[in-house]
Design a protein around this ligand. Sequence first.
Ligand SMILES: [Fe+2]
Length: 143
Amino acid sequence: MTRIEWHDGLNLGIEEIDEQHRSLIGMVNDVLEAFEKGEKDTAVDRMLGQLHEYTVLHFNAEEKYMEKIEYPHIQEHRQLHAKLKGSVKSLRAARFHYEEVTPETIKELISSWLLEHILREDYKIVQFVKQGGTKDWSENIKE
Ligand SMILES: [Fe+2]
């Protein structure tokens, strides 16, 4: 499985959030490497644990940010976060019951869900900010 490379197109221009997105990709690459070494179950479990922590931390930061800039689509965005958290939670529950979760499932969750989320949904936040956003935020941009 190929590694996921960070590229500038993934940058949202909001340092705190970009940093967290980069660390997510780092996490994913670590787990892909572990899969290649044959550490399947332990890598899956570790990844799910990290993803759980990450989603809580990162989504909270992002939601706080959306509140701060009075992002108009915050409710929909929150729901998407809840959905992602739900996927991680159900995979963790499956592992708790010793069900198999394949590396492919994890990779799919990451690439189609999280990366698409960054590119599509998080990007909408940036667009909102760039188009003027709230008064508070446009003052920040001029700095
Ligand atoms: Fe998000």
